[in-house]
Ligand binder design. Structure first.
Ligand SMILES: Cc1cc2nc3c(=O)[nH]c(=O)nc-3n(C[C@H](O)[C@H](O)[C@H](O)COP(=O)(O)OP(=O)(O)OC[C@H]3O[C@@H](n4cnc5c(N)ncnc54)[C@H](O)[C@@H]3O)c2cc1C
Length: 301
């Protein structure tokens, strides 16, 4: 394994960059360091404002980009499996992903611009744990499962059970996300309904103010929202309303359930009230496309 000591990264500090070539080597290195190394995938989160932050980097970086086996994604009979360094662009250019999981591709297309899409990874989006992340809601609405690996083996955790609080998650420091598994439908076609909506200041190159990913397979619904709580979450009260086929005649009918599910804040991008209001309206009109007991025709303007 290469140990590249880089000089001159701000105020004369040195940052060690370790370059394993296999997953076992990466896990062994992380274990030997007691988890005290920073995994780097695409670096598009880690290196934002890097010159100003370099002096805070007190531990080595573990660059995963030189491990070829982590890059590929794979279709098995029952799952799409993303490697730890599979990028957004890897899925955007896969026609099978577009045909079978269009929501994932739609989400990928909203992440930054082409440069970010071609370097940024799905795993990095999960571990960065931003409440505004755009890849996470799409994966969560598709029941993604994360495989966390260390030298003792692999542990599988559902993405909707991974976050514990703001930037808190069930990953131990000596673990890496090795793979992300996304179930396919038995007929290998899109779910009965899939929708990804990102509301930002602009259609592209904007941080999400309110985001939504919805899937429906029969009576089984997933409604996932981002930028409306400290973590990205499933709106379980809304999901229960949908499973019960509760009649919904206007966005107002969703307020009580939404209020129970989310905990938005006021910040520089939006107020909490705005986020809640927009989520109700966007959700209502998306649901009206997905089922006949939500009636857009009766909604207030
Ligand atoms: C200009 C710009 C625009 C952006 N636009 C968007 C946007 O629209 N939507 C959006 O969601 N994000 C956006 N981002 C943020 C970023 O691109 C994404 O979150 C991306 O998915 C991060 O992936 P990465 O591989 O670059 O992560 P990195 O920066 O390499 O890592 C991010 C975090 O994950 C950890 N990590 C990475 N891989 C692993 C692993 N396998 N196991 C354990 N830990 C790991 C790292 O240690 C770090 O803590 C933007 C960033 C920039 C610079």
């Amino acid at each position: 394994m290469l140990d590249r000591t880089r000089h001159g990264l701000g105020r004369g500090r040195r940052v060690n960059v370790l370059l394993p070539t296999t997953l076992d080597e990466a896990l062994g290195t992380l274990a030997a360091l007691g988890g005290k190394a920073t995994p780097v995938a695409g670096g598009t989160d880690l290196f934002v404002h890097w010159p100003n932050h370099a002096h805070k980097q007190t531990q080595p970086m573990l660059d995963l980009s030189g491990i070829p086996s982590l890059r590929a994604h794979e279709w098995t009979e029952s799952e799409l499996i993303l490697g730890a360094t599979t990028t957004y662009w890897d899925l955007i250019r896969d026609p099978r992903a577009q045909a079978e999981m269009p929501m994932l591709v739609a989400a990928a297309r909203t992440v930054g611009a082409t440069q970010i899409q071609s370097r940024g990874t799905w795993a990095g989006n999960i571990v960065n744990a931003s409440p505004a992340a755009d890849g996470v809601p799409a994966m969560m609405a598709m029941d993604a499962v994360i495989e966390l690996a260390d030298t003792n083996g692999t542990e599988s955790i559902r993405l909707d059970e991974f976050y514990l609080g703001y930037k808190q998650m069930k990953r131990r420091p000596e673990q890496l996300i090795a793979r992300i598994r996304i179930p396919r439908t038995s007929a290998h076609k899109p779910r009965d309904f899939e929708s990804f909506v990102k509301v930002g200041s602009r259609r592209a190159q904007a941080i999400t103010k309110v985001g939504l990913a919805i899937t429906r397979q029969g009576d089984d619904w997933r409604v996932v929202a981002n930028s409306v709580a400290p973590v990205i979450l499933r709106c379980r009260s809304v999901e229960k309303m949908l499973a019960a086929k509760t009649s919904i005649a206007s966005p107002r009918d969703l307020y009580e359930a939404i209020h129970a599910d989310i905990a938005p804040i006021d910040d520089i991008r939006s107020t909490a009230a705005y986020r809640e209001h927009v989520l109700a309206r966007v959700l209502f009109y998306e649901l009206a496309r997905a089922c006949d007991w939500v009636e857009a025709g009766r909604a207030d303007a």
